[in-house]
Design a protein around this ligand. Structure first.
Ligand SMILES: Cc1cc2nc3c(=O)[nH]c(=O)nc-3n(C[C@H](O)[C@H](O)[C@H](O)COP(=O)(O)OP(=O)(O)OC[C@H]3O[C@@H](n4cnc5c(N)ncnc54)[C@H](O)[C@@H]3O)c2cc1C
Length: 326
C-alpha cells in the first residue's frame, strides 16, 4: 500500500483523508491540535468559536452535513439574527449548523474517526525528492519515504513549502481577506435579544453570542469580527487597543453598562478566500509535474468550510480516477 503524507489537519485535509481510497496515511500538523481555522478557545467557563462560526444548512455540498452527523460533530439550531444591524434590517430566526461542543467538534470528531497517526506540533519546512519518493522535514526530524504528499494549507504558505517542486508561475494567485476577531466576556447580559448578525457598526462586520451554543447562560460571551478592509488598515494594531475599542463600540451600540471581564483577540492572516483558484482558472488543486505532490485548501474552491471539504473530496476523486490509484 502506498504511503501518504498529509500536511495540515484543517477541513480540506480531513476531507481528503476521508475520501482517499487508502489506509496508510500520516498527518503532520504544526499546531498542537487538529482543525486549523475551525477553532474553539476556552477560558475558564467561557468558550469562543473565534475562527469559523457556523455552517449554512443549504451549503449545497453533497454529503458534507451527513458526514458531520455521522461523527456526531454538529447540531442544528434556530438563532435570532439580523442581516444588517447598522442598516436596521428586520430581525428574524435563522436555521444554522453549529459544532456540538464548539466548532472544534467538527475537526476533532472527524480526525478521531479516521484513526490515522498524527504528528502534532510538527511544522513541515522542507520537502525533498529522492528517486521516486519524497521525504518531508520539520526543524527537528525527517519523515519518509512517502509515495505522495498533499499539502492542505493556505496558498501562500504552500508556495513557500512547494516552490522547489511546482512552477507557480503557471498559476494565478488566489487572494485572501484578513480578519481581526475579538473575544469578549461581560459581567451581565448586553441587553440585546440577537444571537448573531452582520454589520454591527461601520467597523464590526459580524457578531455572535456564544452563550446559546454552550449553555452558559450566566456568562455573557461574544465574538466580534472586524471588517476585512478595517483589518487591512489596522493590521498591526496593538491587541489591547483593539479590544478596548470594540468594548466601547459594543456598549455604546447596545446601550449597555456591562463590564468586560475577559478580552482576547486574534488576527487571522488567511481568514477567507476573496478569489479562488477555481474562479481564476477553473482548477481546484495544484499538482507537481510528477503528480505526486499536491497543494489544495479552501482557497481552491471558495470562502467557507464547505469549500475546504469540497477541495479535499474533488482531489480524492481525481486521484482515484486518473490512473493514480493508490
Ligand atoms: C474569522 C473567520 C471566520 C470564518 N467564518 C466562517 C463561517 O462562519 N462559516 C464557514 O463555513 N467558514 C468560515 N470561515 C472559513 C473556514 O474556517 C475555512 O474556509 C476553513 O476552515 C479552511 O480549511 P482548510 O483546511 O482549507 O485550511 P486551514 O483550516 O487553515 O487548515 C490548514 C492547517 O494546516 C496547518 N499547517 C499550515 N502550514 C503547515 C505546515 N507547514 N506544517 C504542518 N501544518 C501546517 C495549519 O496549522 C492548519 O491546521 C471563517 C474563517 C475565519 C478565519
Amino acid at each position: 500500500m502506498k504511503k501518504i503524507a498529509i500536511i495540515g489537519t484543517g477541513i480540506s485535509a480531513l476531507s481528503l483523508a476521508r475520501h482517499l481510497p487508502t489506509l496508510d496515511i500520516t498527518f503532520f500538523e504544526k499546531s498542537w491540535r487538529a482543525g486549523g481555522r475551525l477553532s474553539t478557545r476556552k477560558h475558564n467557563d467561557l468558550q469562543f468559536d473565534h475562527g469559523a462560526h457556523f455552517l449554512s444548512p443549504d451549503h449545497g455540498v453533497l454529503g458534507f452535513t451527513e458526514a458531520l452527523e455521522k461523527v456526531q460533530a454538529i447540531k442544528k439550531v434556530e438563532a435570532f439574527y439580523t442581516p444588517n444591524y447598522l442598516g436596521q434590517s428586520t430581525k428574524e430566526m435563522k436555521s444554522i449548523i453549529i459544532g456540538n461542543n464548539g466548532i472544534q467538534s467538527i475537526p476533532l470528531n472527524l480526525h478521531k474517526s479516521l484513526h490515522y497517526p498524527t504528528h502534532f506540533s510538527t511544522k513541515i519546512e522542507k520537502i525533498e525528492r529522492a528517486e521516486k519518493n519524497y521525504y518531508i522535514s520539520s526543524d527537528k526530524d525527517q519523515f519518509g519515504p512517502f509515495d505522495m504528499v498533499f499539502a492542505c494549507i493556505p496558498f501562500e504558505q504552500g508556495v513557500t513549502l512547494l516552490q522547489d517542486h511546482i512552477d507557480f508561475k503557471n498559476y494565478p494567485t488566489p487572494t485572501f481577506n484578513s480578519i481581526w476577531t475579538v473575544m469578549l466576556g461581560f459581567d451581565k447580559r448586553l441587553g440585546t435579544d440577537l444571537q448573531f448578525g452582520y454589520y454591527l457598526t461601520k467597523e464590526i462586520s459580524f457578531f455572535m453570542n456564544q452563550n446559546f451554543k454552550h449553555e452558559q447562560f450566566d456568562q455573557e460571551s461574544w465574538v466580534f469580527n472586524m471588517r476585512s478592509e478595517w483589518t487591512k488598515k489596522y493590521y498591526d494594531i496593538e491587541p489591547y487597543v483593539l479590544e478596548d475599542y470594540v468594548i466601547n463600540e459594543v456598549k455604546k451600540t447596545f446601550g449597555s453598562d456591562a463590564k468586560a471581564t475577559f478580552k482576547k483577540s486574534h488576527r487571522w492572516k488567511y481568514a477567507n478566500t476573496k478569489q479562488s483558484l477555481r474562479d481564476l482558472v477553473g482548477k481546484t488543486y495544484i499538482p507537481s509535474i510528477d503528480h505526486k505532490l499536491y497543494l489544495l485548501g479552501d482557497w481552491s474552491e471558495g470562502p467557507a468550510m464547505q469549500d475546504a471539504w469540497l477541495s479535499g473530496k474533488k482531489l480524492a476523486k481525481h486521484i482515484e480516477e486518473f490512473n493514480l490509484k493508490i
